[in-house]
Write a protein that binds this ligand. Sequence first.
Ligand code: ANZ
Ligand code: ZN
Length: 819
Amino acid sequence: MDTPYEPLKIEKKWQEFWQNHHTHEPSDDFSQPKKYILSMLPYPSGAIHMGHVRNYCIGDALARFYRKNHYNVLHPMGFDAFGMPAENAAIKHKTHPKTWTYNNIKNMRKELASLGLSFASSREFATCDPDYSKWEQKFFIDMWEKGLIYRKKAYLNWCPHDQTVLANEQVIDGKCWRCDTEVIQKEMDQYYFKITSYAEELLTSLEDLEGKWPPQVLLMQKNWIGKSRGLRFAFAIDKDSLPLLGGIKEIEVFTTRPDTIYGVTYCALAPEHPIIKALLSANALSSQASSAIIKMQNTSSKERSISQKEGVDLGISVIHPLTGQKLPVWVANFVLMDYGSGAVMSVPAHDERDFLFAQKYNLPQKEVLIPTDPTPQIPFSGLGTLKNSGDFDGLFGEIAQEKIITHFENARLGQAIINYKLKDWGISRQRYWGTPIPLIHCKDCGLIPEALQNLPICLPEDVCIDGEGNPLAKHPTWKHCHCPQCGKEALRETDTMDTFVESSWYFLRYTTPKELWEQEAFEPKSLDYWLDVDEYVGGIEHAILHLLYARFFTKALRDLGYTRSNEPFSNLLTQGMVLKDGAKMSKSKGNVVDPNGIIAKYGADTARLFILFAAPPVRELEWNDNALEGAYRFLKRLWDKKRSITSTKTLPNIDTTQLDTKEKFARKKVYEALLKSNEIFSKKQSGYAFNTLIAACMEALNALNEQSNPAIWTEGYFILLHILEPIIPHLCWEISQMYFDLKNFAPIPIDPSALEVENITLAITINGKKRSQIQIPKDMEEKEVLSLAKEAVSKWLENTHIIKEILIPNKIINFVIKQ
Ligand code: ANZ
Ligand code: ZN
């Protein structure tokens, strides 16, 4: 059958076939072994990009491999559909966020389908679907009642002109992205998930993920959680300063360096520290000082962290707890209110930031450490032997720290504490396109959850989204409701949730068949069977936030009795970026390659083959048009070679005693590729180096081509289809339907005798210079060796005369040529 390779035709046919036959749906026979293969769900921006293509081709190859090997596979896909871009589009193009989002989903679903991805489409959802919101709101209420969510004041970016809260990305050089007004920090009530109460477990269970998650992701999470041990103590306020402070008597600080305590020369506070409020209300600060402090307060903490060190002398003093010395108190822009206690003991002689600050404002320095290094940097911030430190002189580093902590504890001056950098997760957003927070403000009953039978609380459809204020708060009727407790008129919370909340539990939802989605969040027996996710594939940019929140949610839902998993993702694969001309593809750089164009021109199989062949999944992938053409040529060749096989329902019987060296060699290459396939797919350690597997298949096809035994061709070809099905499914299904009448790709046993043939590597030189090498079976006939060798170096032989051919059997072949 000499039909030409027409990828678009066969791809469409199989995509429809798979959809109509529910080929990729998971089975509810839970006695089978399972694999849950998950790729990160996309935000429905409107079109897929090469990053998606890479992500989903990797996941799809794994899913197809396991399905073929008789696992029950769950390989779902959904859409992370709430978020700001939909609202921005509404402002810009006057569309409704919902219309925009669902239209985008429709288009992206079509684009994903054109890649032939084997998703369980019956489990697809968008996180803005009401029955998804319903359960998210239920979890919110459960967590609220358990004390895992609380409300507190926090500073937010606020545009005074648009009367709206701005996300960090909407603040450009301290100004509002829409109207250029100077952004200020406004204190507002916000809801927080108490992720910090899981800090220790989130840290210790990272150990269970070692060897299963990329080490750099584990390290990033560890640093983000940022556990440190130190001393907490308080400086007493000097008696002369007390009258100004409205009852505040001390300043609590946290230090990880108690060994430097004798080197403290001043105390520094965050601009939001309560003492400053007290001083401002007592009118104790000059107008210059107070306006400088207000300016600091109006700068976001992100900006403060990159700007110059700034400070203001508060004119009050505290007493050093060990020396009794009076120390000045300053405000410093680098002290954060939400870490430790919002105040620090400052040691300019041994801390970089304190040093710069002290230099700028002429504050004294006191050295208390003798460095071990003869030429220490200034300030010296390492560990050393104590001096100028009273009874502690002569003690070294950690020992001094322990002794000083013990001294503070015994004298009841302070205590050892563990601190975490991890902060509680603020989830309030003053925006429309998000999951409404299911709480109600009642004048009499306070803040109480919506009644469960009223869930989901849906967004109103008739809204005005113009970038000014919160559309939900502005809506004339939506927020008016009745208190579920006393029945009186009450007001709905108008904040919506951070979209990271939706992506923190979506992987649990897929486990449960859609028919049950209204009734329950997850079906317990399905959850038990499918969890944990066996391989989670996605971008490294999610190393911290998403992956940490998902871990937190899994643990919180476990403690609420929903799941029994401790960790959601037992393996994680972070794929490298797709680059073009050395840079990440982006619209602004104009180096974007559109996947749809590639698929329309070459077909999905070419796109899939290229993307998995160009680099191992964890590495960056440089776009290369020639390699893309090369992938297409390989598929055409594979397609055309089907003429060398004979139709068969079962694999041909081969009398292996009757084979010549080329036939043996071809069989060996084929079985080597099969062996490699099993290795690459099942051994996580290899990082799923599909590129090497594809290379092995290409070699095998070359070897098959060197012989003409139809039985060897048929067996080899069939095995190659079997290996390549996870990578180029359409072509493989088409040819196996045409020739093999095999309904599925059942596992093929390895024939060990095929692998016994000995191979050698033969170097090829031209005029003594090495040009190439080939792999051939040992003791191959000279005539055949020569023809293979000539083919391998054909480009150097073009337009030349071969004067001499020298073959040293099983070692080297040299051609002497003349131009
Ligand atoms: C005195 C000292 C001397 C410090 C020294 C360090 C070096 P990690 O290790 O990251 O937990 N600190 C405490 N609270 C702070 C806040 N709210 N904002 C900014 N900095 C704060 O950091 C702990 C150290 O960070 C603490 O130890 C404190 O400075 C500072 F040679 O105390 B240290
Ligand atoms: Zn009430």
